[in-house]
Design a protein around this ligand. Structure first.
Ligand code: GAR
Length: 210
C-alpha cells in the first residue's frame, strides 16, 4: 500500500479523518504507517494507538537545535518509510534542509485561505479584518512558511456572531474532507510538485489551488 506518515502536535482530528478514509476505502490501497508527535501528551498519539498504528514521540525540547531535532525526525520518518509525509497540526517550523529532503512529498494543512494569514491565530485575524469568508488550504511545504503552492482550498462563510472558536470548528470539519482528498490524488499519481507549481492531472493549479 501507499504509505502515509503523519506528523502532529495535538488533537489529531485530521489524523482521524485519514484513519477513517483508509478504513472506508475513500483512500484505497493507502495506510497510515506511522504517527510522530513532538508532544508527549498529544491526543493524536492515542488515536493512532487505538487504530493500531505505530507511534513515536520526538520531544523537540530534548534537542540543542532545530537542525538536530529535524535530523532525528527525518531518521524516524525514513525508518517507517513514507511515500508522503503529512503535517496535520504539527506546530514546529521545519528547517530548509528537512524541507528540501522531502520536497514534493511533504504537505501541510493551514487553517486560512492562503496566501492570507500565514502563521498563527488565523481565525481571529480573519474576524478582525472583517472578512466574509474563512477556510483552510492544503499546500506543498517549501522553505517559505505557509508559502508553498496550494493544492486544494475549502471556504466557509463567516456569520455574524462567529468567534475564533466557532470558525475553527466549521473550518476543521472542511479540513477533514479536503486533506484526505489531496492524499488520494497523490496515491493515484495525479498530483506532483513541478517547477515550484502544484500540478494535478498535468495542469498547473492556480494560486488558490483547486
Ligand atoms: C488544524 O486546524 C490545522 O489546520 C492547524 O491545526 C489544527 C490541527 O487540528 N494547523 C496549523 O495551524 C499549522 N500551522 P487537529 O490536531 O485536530 O488535526
Amino acid at each position: 500500500p501507499y504509505k502515509l506518515v503523519i506528523l502532529l502536535s495535538g488533537s489529531g482530528s485530521n489524523l482521524q479523518a485519514f484513519i477513517d478514509a483508509c478504513e472506508s476505502k475513500a483512500l484505497p490501497n493507502t495506510e497510515v504507517s506511522a504517527v510522530i508527535s513532538n508532544k508527549t501528551d498529544a491526543f493524536g498519539l492515542i488515536r493512532a494507538q487505538q487504530a493500531g498504528i505505530a507511534t513515536a514521540c520526538i520531544n523537540h525540547k530534548e534537542f540543542a537545535s532545530r537542525e538536530d531535532f529535524d535530523c532525528a525526525l527525518k531518521n524516524k520518518i525514513d525508518e517507517f518509510g513514507a511515500d508522503l509525509v503529512i503535517l496535520a497540526g504539527f506546530m514546529r517550523i521545519l528547517t530548509p534542509g528537512f524541507v528540501r529532503h522531502y520536497l514534493g512529498r511533504l504537505i501541510n494543512i493551514h487553517p486560512s485561505l492562503l496566501p492570507k494569514y500565514p502563521g498563527l491565530h488565523t481565525h481571529q485575524r480573519a474576524l478582525d479584518a472583517g472578512d466574509t469568508e474563512a477556510g483552510a488550504t492544503v499546500h506543498f511545504v517549501t522553505e517559505e512558511l505557509d508559502g508553498g503552492p496550494p493544492i486544494i482550498q475549502a471556504k466557509i462563510p463567516i456569520f455574524d456572531g462567529d468567534d475564533a472558536a466557532t470558525l475553527a470548528e466549521r473550518v476543521l470539519s472542511k479540513e477533514h474532507t479536503i486533506y484526505p482528498l489531496a492524499a488520494k490524488w497523490f496515491a493515484e499519481g495525479r498530483l506532483s510538485l513541478q517547477n515550484s507549481k502544484a500540478v494535478l492531472d498535468d495542469k498547473n493549479l492556480p494560486e488558490s489551488g483547486v
